[in-house]
Design a protein around this ligand. Structure first.
Ligand code: PHB
Length: 403
Protein backbone atom coordinates (compact mmCIF):
# COMPACT_ATOMS: atom_id res chain seq x y z
CA UNK A 1 0.00 0.00 0.00
CA UNK A 2 2.39 2.68 1.22
CA UNK A 3 4.98 1.91 -1.48
CA UNK A 4 2.74 2.09 -4.53
CA UNK A 5 3.30 5.82 -4.66
CA UNK A 6 2.50 8.39 -5.66
CA UNK A 7 1.38 11.42 -7.40
CA UNK A 8 2.87 14.39 -5.57
CA UNK A 9 0.55 17.34 -5.59
CA UNK A 10 1.85 20.90 -5.53
CA UNK A 11 2.91 21.81 -1.99
CA UNK A 12 0.44 23.69 0.20
CA UNK A 13 1.05 25.63 3.39
CA UNK A 14 -1.48 23.60 5.39
CA UNK A 15 -2.83 20.06 4.90
CA UNK A 16 -5.95 19.28 6.93
CA UNK A 17 -6.97 15.75 7.89
CA UNK A 18 -10.71 15.78 8.50
CA UNK A 19 -13.48 17.60 6.60
CA UNK A 20 -15.96 18.06 9.43
CA UNK A 21 -16.89 21.59 10.55
CA UNK A 22 -13.50 22.11 12.30
CA UNK A 23 -11.38 21.16 9.28
CA UNK A 24 -13.58 23.00 6.78
CA UNK A 25 -13.91 26.15 8.87
CA UNK A 26 -10.13 26.26 9.30
CA UNK A 27 -9.67 25.88 5.54
CA UNK A 28 -12.31 28.55 4.98
CA UNK A 29 -10.63 31.00 7.36
CA UNK A 30 -7.16 30.37 5.89
CA UNK A 31 -8.57 30.59 2.35
CA UNK A 32 -10.02 34.01 3.09
CA UNK A 33 -6.51 35.14 4.09
CA UNK A 34 -5.06 33.79 0.84
CA UNK A 35 -3.54 30.60 2.29
CA UNK A 36 -4.19 27.38 0.35
CA UNK A 37 -5.13 24.12 2.00
CA UNK A 38 -5.93 20.58 0.95
CA UNK A 39 -8.51 18.87 3.15
CA UNK A 40 -9.06 15.11 3.11
CA UNK A 41 -11.57 12.88 4.87
CA UNK A 42 -12.17 9.13 4.90
CA UNK A 43 -15.92 9.68 4.96
CA UNK A 44 -17.96 10.61 1.91
CA UNK A 45 -19.63 13.99 1.77
CA UNK A 46 -22.99 12.24 2.02
CA UNK A 47 -21.94 10.33 5.16
CA UNK A 48 -20.89 13.50 6.97
CA UNK A 49 -23.97 15.44 5.84
CA UNK A 50 -26.34 12.77 7.13
CA UNK A 51 -24.73 11.93 10.48
CA UNK A 52 -26.92 13.72 13.01
CA UNK A 53 -25.07 15.83 15.55
CA UNK A 54 -26.09 18.59 17.94
CA UNK A 55 -27.95 21.68 16.85
CA UNK A 56 -27.03 24.69 18.98
CA UNK A 57 -24.65 27.48 17.96
CA UNK A 58 -23.50 30.07 20.46
CA UNK A 59 -24.24 33.62 19.32
CA UNK A 60 -20.50 34.23 18.80
CA UNK A 61 -20.08 31.10 16.68
CA UNK A 62 -23.11 32.06 14.57
CA UNK A 63 -21.74 35.59 14.22
CA UNK A 64 -18.34 34.26 13.06
CA UNK A 65 -20.01 32.09 10.41
CA UNK A 66 -22.11 35.03 9.25
CA UNK A 67 -19.20 37.47 9.22
CA UNK A 68 -16.99 35.11 7.20
CA UNK A 69 -19.67 34.64 4.56
CA UNK A 70 -21.08 31.21 5.45
CA UNK A 71 -24.05 32.27 7.54
CA UNK A 72 -26.75 33.27 5.07
CA UNK A 73 -28.76 30.15 5.73
CA UNK A 74 -28.42 30.54 9.53
CA UNK A 75 -30.16 33.90 9.20
CA UNK A 76 -32.80 32.50 6.82
CA UNK A 77 -33.51 29.09 8.32
CA UNK A 78 -32.01 29.11 11.82
CA UNK A 79 -33.96 30.08 14.91
CA UNK A 80 -32.60 32.45 17.51
CA UNK A 81 -33.47 31.18 21.00
CA UNK A 82 -33.42 33.68 23.84
CA UNK A 83 -33.95 31.07 26.52
CA UNK A 84 -34.49 27.44 27.36
CA UNK A 85 -36.67 25.39 29.67
CA UNK A 86 -35.54 23.16 32.52
CA UNK A 87 -38.26 20.75 33.64
CA UNK A 88 -38.02 18.94 36.95
CA UNK A 89 -40.37 17.82 39.67
CA UNK A 90 -43.04 17.94 36.95
CA UNK A 91 -42.74 21.73 36.54
CA UNK A 92 -41.35 23.98 33.80
CA UNK A 93 -38.73 26.63 34.64
CA UNK A 94 -37.71 29.03 31.90
CA UNK A 95 -34.24 30.52 31.80
CA UNK A 96 -34.27 33.83 29.95
CA UNK A 97 -30.76 34.13 28.48
CA UNK A 98 -31.37 37.60 27.07
CA UNK A 99 -32.53 39.00 30.38
CA UNK A 100 -29.92 37.15 32.46
CA UNK A 101 -26.76 37.64 30.42
CA UNK A 102 -27.79 39.57 27.32
CA UNK A 103 -27.04 36.64 25.02
CA UNK A 104 -28.86 34.11 22.87
CA UNK A 105 -28.11 30.91 20.91
CA UNK A 106 -29.08 29.74 17.43
CA UNK A 107 -30.81 26.48 16.71
CA UNK A 108 -29.04 25.39 13.55
CA UNK A 109 -27.94 21.78 13.06
CA UNK A 110 -24.28 20.84 12.70
CA UNK A 111 -25.11 18.92 9.51
CA UNK A 112 -26.22 22.23 7.96
CA UNK A 113 -23.08 24.00 9.18
CA UNK A 114 -21.11 21.26 7.42
CA UNK A 115 -23.09 21.61 4.18
CA UNK A 116 -22.69 25.41 4.18
CA UNK A 117 -18.93 25.11 4.69
CA UNK A 118 -18.53 22.36 2.06
CA UNK A 119 -20.50 24.50 -0.43
CA UNK A 120 -18.36 27.53 0.42
CA UNK A 121 -15.14 25.57 -0.18
CA UNK A 122 -16.46 24.50 -3.57
CA UNK A 123 -17.58 28.03 -4.41
CA UNK A 124 -14.19 29.48 -3.40
CA UNK A 125 -12.16 26.86 -5.29
CA UNK A 126 -10.82 25.15 -2.14
CA UNK A 127 -9.62 21.56 -2.42
CA UNK A 128 -11.47 18.92 -0.38
CA UNK A 129 -11.19 15.18 -1.08
CA UNK A 130 -13.87 13.02 0.51
CA UNK A 131 -13.89 9.22 0.68
CA UNK A 132 -10.10 8.76 0.82
CA UNK A 133 -8.38 5.69 2.34
CA UNK A 134 -5.04 4.67 3.88
CA UNK A 135 -4.22 8.12 5.26
CA UNK A 136 -0.67 8.42 6.57
CA UNK A 137 0.85 11.50 8.18
CA UNK A 138 4.65 11.52 7.97
CA UNK A 139 7.61 13.59 9.17
CA UNK A 140 5.73 15.76 11.64
CA UNK A 141 8.90 16.41 13.62
CA UNK A 142 10.40 18.16 10.58
CA UNK A 143 9.47 21.41 8.88
CA UNK A 144 8.23 19.45 5.83
CA UNK A 145 5.49 17.05 6.92
CA UNK A 146 3.66 14.94 4.31
CA UNK A 147 0.22 13.38 4.09
CA UNK A 148 -0.32 10.32 1.90
CA UNK A 149 -3.68 8.91 0.97
CA UNK A 150 -5.50 6.78 -1.58
CA UNK A 151 -8.15 8.78 -3.43
CA UNK A 152 -11.67 7.48 -4.00
CA UNK A 153 -10.60 6.39 -7.54
CA UNK A 154 -7.78 4.22 -6.10
CA UNK A 155 -4.83 6.49 -7.04
CA UNK A 156 -2.16 7.25 -4.40
CA UNK A 157 -1.21 10.84 -3.59
CA UNK A 158 1.20 12.72 -1.39
CA UNK A 159 0.65 16.24 -0.07
CA UNK A 160 3.69 18.18 1.03
CA UNK A 161 2.86 20.88 3.52
CA UNK A 162 4.44 23.21 6.07
CA UNK A 163 1.87 22.29 8.71
CA UNK A 164 -0.62 19.45 9.14
CA UNK A 165 -3.82 19.90 11.13
CA UNK A 166 -5.51 16.83 12.61
CA UNK A 167 -9.23 17.67 12.67
CA UNK A 168 -10.16 14.03 12.26
CA UNK A 169 -12.80 13.72 14.95
CA UNK A 170 -13.34 11.69 18.09
CA UNK A 171 -11.67 8.59 16.62
CA UNK A 172 -8.67 10.65 15.49
CA UNK A 173 -5.66 8.84 14.13
CA UNK A 174 -3.63 12.07 14.12
CA UNK A 175 -3.71 12.36 17.92
CA UNK A 176 -1.93 8.98 18.14
CA UNK A 177 1.08 10.60 16.43
CA UNK A 178 1.89 12.52 19.60
CA UNK A 179 4.42 10.14 21.21
CA UNK A 180 2.84 7.95 23.87
CA UNK A 181 5.32 8.93 26.55
CA UNK A 182 4.76 12.64 25.89
CA UNK A 183 0.98 12.81 25.87
CA UNK A 184 -1.62 12.72 28.62
CA UNK A 185 -5.20 11.63 28.02
CA UNK A 186 -7.78 12.84 30.50
CA UNK A 187 -11.16 11.17 30.32
CA UNK A 188 -14.35 10.10 31.94
CA UNK A 189 -16.93 7.50 30.90
CA UNK A 190 -20.61 7.79 31.79
CA UNK A 191 -22.89 4.89 32.77
CA UNK A 192 -25.57 6.10 30.33
CA UNK A 193 -26.04 7.17 26.72
CA UNK A 194 -28.67 9.04 24.68
CA UNK A 195 -31.33 7.40 22.58
CA UNK A 196 -31.88 9.91 19.77
CA UNK A 197 -34.86 10.09 17.46
CA UNK A 198 -35.91 12.18 14.51
CA UNK A 199 -39.68 12.38 14.30
CA UNK A 200 -42.08 13.77 11.76
CA UNK A 201 -44.26 15.92 13.98
CA UNK A 202 -44.96 19.54 14.79
CA UNK A 203 -42.84 21.22 17.48
CA UNK A 204 -43.98 20.55 21.03
CA UNK A 205 -42.40 23.65 22.58
CA UNK A 206 -41.05 27.00 21.33
CA UNK A 207 -37.62 26.47 22.92
CA UNK A 208 -35.49 23.47 23.91
CA UNK A 209 -36.68 21.51 26.93
CA UNK A 210 -34.10 19.82 29.20
CA UNK A 211 -36.03 17.46 31.46
CA UNK A 212 -34.95 15.74 34.67
CA UNK A 213 -37.20 12.96 35.96
CA UNK A 214 -36.86 10.04 38.31
CA UNK A 215 -36.92 7.85 35.17
CA UNK A 216 -33.98 9.71 33.65
CA UNK A 217 -33.15 12.65 31.42
CA UNK A 218 -34.89 13.76 28.21
CA UNK A 219 -34.19 16.59 25.74
CA UNK A 220 -36.74 18.01 23.36
CA UNK A 221 -35.06 19.79 20.47
CA UNK A 222 -36.13 20.45 16.91
CA UNK A 223 -34.94 20.57 13.34
CA UNK A 224 -37.65 22.10 11.14
CA UNK A 225 -41.33 23.00 11.42
CA UNK A 226 -42.19 19.39 10.65
CA UNK A 227 -39.20 17.37 11.92
CA UNK A 228 -38.29 17.19 15.61
CA UNK A 229 -35.16 15.91 17.35
CA UNK A 230 -35.53 14.32 20.78
CA UNK A 231 -33.36 12.27 23.10
CA UNK A 232 -33.81 10.24 26.24
CA UNK A 233 -31.26 8.75 28.61
CA UNK A 234 -30.68 5.02 28.05
CA UNK A 235 -28.08 2.38 28.89
CA UNK A 236 -24.83 2.62 26.86
CA UNK A 237 -25.48 -0.83 25.33
CA UNK A 238 -29.20 -0.28 24.70
CA UNK A 239 -30.30 -2.20 21.57
CA UNK A 240 -32.17 0.09 19.16
CA UNK A 241 -34.30 -2.88 18.03
CA UNK A 242 -35.86 -3.13 21.48
CA UNK A 243 -37.57 0.23 20.90
CA UNK A 244 -40.69 0.19 18.71
CA UNK A 245 -42.17 3.66 18.19
CA UNK A 246 -44.90 3.36 20.84
CA UNK A 247 -42.36 2.43 23.51
CA UNK A 248 -40.20 5.43 22.55
CA UNK A 249 -43.17 7.82 22.84
CA UNK A 250 -44.33 6.31 26.12
CA UNK A 251 -40.83 6.78 27.57
CA UNK A 252 -40.45 10.35 26.33
CA UNK A 253 -43.94 11.32 27.51
CA UNK A 254 -43.27 9.89 31.00
CA UNK A 255 -40.05 11.91 31.28
CA UNK A 256 -41.62 15.25 30.45
CA UNK A 257 -44.98 14.69 32.18
CA UNK A 258 -46.00 17.22 34.81
CA UNK A 259 -48.72 19.02 36.63
CA UNK A 260 -49.06 21.48 33.73
CA UNK A 261 -50.26 18.59 31.54
CA UNK A 262 -47.39 19.05 29.03
CA UNK A 263 -47.46 16.43 26.23
CA UNK A 264 -45.21 15.91 23.25
CA UNK A 265 -46.76 15.98 19.80
CA UNK A 266 -46.16 12.52 18.36
CA UNK A 267 -45.60 11.33 14.80
CA UNK A 268 -43.76 8.70 12.75
CA UNK A 269 -40.16 8.14 13.89
CA UNK A 270 -37.76 8.52 10.98
CA UNK A 271 -34.51 7.58 12.69
CA UNK A 272 -33.35 5.95 15.94
CA UNK A 273 -29.76 5.88 17.20
CA UNK A 274 -27.97 5.24 20.48
CA UNK A 275 -25.32 7.89 21.05
CA UNK A 276 -22.54 7.05 23.44
CA UNK A 277 -20.40 9.85 24.78
CA UNK A 278 -17.54 10.64 27.09
CA UNK A 279 -15.47 13.50 28.38
CA UNK A 280 -11.97 13.51 26.87
CA UNK A 281 -8.96 15.80 26.45
CA UNK A 282 -5.53 15.03 25.04
CA UNK A 283 -2.60 17.24 25.88
CA UNK A 284 -0.51 18.40 24.17
CA UNK A 285 -2.76 19.42 21.27
CA UNK A 286 -0.09 18.79 18.71
CA UNK A 287 3.46 17.68 18.03
CA UNK A 288 6.09 19.32 15.85
CA UNK A 289 4.43 20.50 12.67
CA UNK A 290 1.07 18.87 13.47
CA UNK A 291 -1.73 20.53 15.44
CA UNK A 292 -5.00 19.00 16.63
CA UNK A 293 -8.37 20.74 16.59
CA UNK A 294 -11.94 19.92 17.62
CA UNK A 295 -13.01 16.41 18.63
CA UNK A 296 -9.58 15.04 17.68
CA UNK A 297 -8.22 16.76 20.80
CA UNK A 298 -11.28 16.81 23.08
CA UNK A 299 -14.86 15.60 23.32
CA UNK A 300 -17.65 16.55 25.71
CA UNK A 301 -20.97 14.92 26.54
CA UNK A 302 -23.71 16.52 24.38
CA UNK A 303 -25.77 17.89 27.28
CA UNK A 304 -24.66 21.51 27.01
CA UNK A 305 -24.19 21.43 23.20
CA UNK A 306 -20.60 22.66 23.53
CA UNK A 307 -18.84 20.28 21.06
CA UNK A 308 -19.28 22.12 17.75
CA UNK A 309 -18.85 25.51 19.43
CA UNK A 310 -15.56 24.45 20.99
CA UNK A 311 -14.30 23.09 17.67
CA UNK A 312 -15.12 26.39 15.96
CA UNK A 313 -13.31 28.29 18.71
CA UNK A 314 -10.22 26.04 18.32
CA UNK A 315 -9.96 26.80 14.63
CA UNK A 316 -10.51 30.51 15.15
CA UNK A 317 -7.43 30.59 17.38
CA UNK A 318 -5.58 28.12 15.16
CA UNK A 319 -6.19 30.14 11.97
CA UNK A 320 -4.81 33.21 13.74
CA UNK A 321 -1.60 31.50 14.92
CA UNK A 322 -1.06 29.62 11.65
CA UNK A 323 -1.33 32.83 9.62
CA UNK A 324 1.22 34.46 11.90
CA UNK A 325 3.47 31.38 11.80
CA UNK A 326 3.36 31.36 7.99
CA UNK A 327 4.03 35.09 7.98
CA UNK A 328 6.86 36.90 9.64
CA UNK A 329 6.63 35.38 13.13
CA UNK A 330 7.52 31.83 12.18
CA UNK A 331 6.90 28.68 14.19
CA UNK A 332 7.12 30.49 17.55
CA UNK A 333 3.57 31.81 17.01
CA UNK A 334 2.23 28.25 17.36
CA UNK A 335 3.11 28.15 21.06
CA UNK A 336 0.09 30.34 21.72
CA UNK A 337 -2.46 27.93 20.30
CA UNK A 338 -2.72 25.45 23.14
CA UNK A 339 -3.00 27.84 26.09
CA UNK A 340 -5.57 29.99 24.29
CA UNK A 341 -7.66 26.98 23.22
CA UNK A 342 -7.29 24.93 26.41
CA UNK A 343 -8.73 27.46 28.79
CA UNK A 344 -12.09 27.35 27.04
CA UNK A 345 -11.83 23.58 26.56
CA UNK A 346 -11.56 22.95 30.30
CA UNK A 347 -14.31 25.44 31.10
CA UNK A 348 -16.51 23.60 28.62
CA UNK A 349 -15.43 20.24 30.06
CA UNK A 350 -16.58 21.41 33.44
CA UNK A 351 -19.87 22.82 32.20
CA UNK A 352 -20.73 19.76 30.07
CA UNK A 353 -19.92 17.41 32.93
CA UNK A 354 -21.84 19.55 35.42
CA UNK A 355 -24.94 19.79 33.26
CA UNK A 356 -24.82 16.05 32.49
CA UNK A 357 -24.62 15.20 36.17
CA UNK A 358 -27.29 17.74 37.04
CA UNK A 359 -29.88 16.21 34.73
CA UNK A 360 -29.19 12.47 34.36
CA UNK A 361 -30.22 9.78 36.79
CA UNK A 362 -27.28 7.41 37.34
CA UNK A 363 -28.21 3.70 37.38
CA UNK A 364 -28.85 2.67 40.99
CA UNK A 365 -29.48 6.24 42.17
CA UNK A 366 -30.87 6.24 45.70
CA UNK A 367 -33.83 8.32 46.89
CA UNK A 368 -31.23 10.57 48.54
CA UNK A 369 -29.42 11.07 45.22
CA UNK A 370 -32.65 12.08 43.48
CA UNK A 371 -33.67 14.50 46.25
CA UNK A 372 -30.20 16.04 46.26
CA UNK A 373 -30.40 16.51 42.50
CA UNK A 374 -33.76 18.25 42.84
CA UNK A 375 -32.18 20.47 45.48
CA UNK A 376 -29.39 21.36 43.08
CA UNK A 377 -31.85 22.09 40.27
CA UNK A 378 -33.80 24.26 42.67
CA UNK A 379 -30.60 26.13 43.52
CA UNK A 380 -30.00 26.72 39.83
CA UNK A 381 -33.45 28.04 38.90
CA UNK A 382 -34.31 29.47 42.31
CA UNK A 383 -31.63 32.14 42.46
CA UNK A 384 -30.64 34.75 39.93
CA UNK A 385 -26.98 33.76 40.36
CA UNK A 386 -27.84 30.11 39.57
CA UNK A 387 -29.86 31.00 36.49
CA UNK A 388 -27.20 33.44 35.29
CA UNK A 389 -24.47 30.80 35.80
CA UNK A 390 -26.23 28.32 33.54
CA UNK A 391 -27.17 30.99 30.99
CA UNK A 392 -23.63 32.32 30.80
CA UNK A 393 -22.03 28.91 30.31
CA UNK A 394 -24.67 27.74 27.84
CA UNK A 395 -24.46 30.82 25.60
CA UNK A 396 -20.63 30.71 25.59
CA UNK A 397 -17.69 32.70 26.81
CA UNK A 398 -15.89 35.48 24.98
CA UNK A 399 -13.31 34.21 22.47
CA UNK A 400 -9.76 33.93 23.80
CA UNK A 401 -7.69 36.88 22.74
CA UNK A 402 -3.89 36.96 22.54
CA UNK A 403 -2.41 36.61 25.99
C1 PHB B 1 -29.77 18.85 19.24
O1 PHB B 1 -30.64 19.60 18.76
O2 PHB B 1 -29.41 17.83 18.64
C2 PHB B 1 -29.18 19.17 20.55
C3 PHB B 1 -29.52 20.35 21.19
C4 PHB B 1 -29.00 20.65 22.43
C5 PHB B 1 -28.13 19.76 23.04
C6 PHB B 1 -27.76 18.59 22.41
C7 PHB B 1 -28.29 18.29 21.17
O3 PHB B 1 -27.65 20.06 24.28
Amino acid sequence: MADAVVDTVAPVPVAVVGAGPAGLMLAHRLGRAGVDTIVIDTRTRHEIATTQRAGILEADAARDLIETGVGDRILREGHEHEGTELRFGGRPHRLDFKELVGASVWLYPQTDVFTDLADARERDGGTVHFGVKDTEVLDITTGAPRVRYTAADGSRHEIRARYVVGADGSRSMCRNLVPEDRRVRYGKEYPFAWFGIMAEAPASAPELVYAHSEHGFALISRRTETVQRMYFQCAPDEPVDAWPDDRVWETLQARVAGEDGFRLKEGPILEKTVLRFRSFVQEPMGWGSMLLAGDAAHTVPPTGARGLNLALHDVKVLADVLLRALGTEGEAALAEYEPRALRRIWRAQNFSHWMTRLLHTPPGASPFDLRRQLGELDNVVGTRAGRAYLAEQYTGWPAASRG
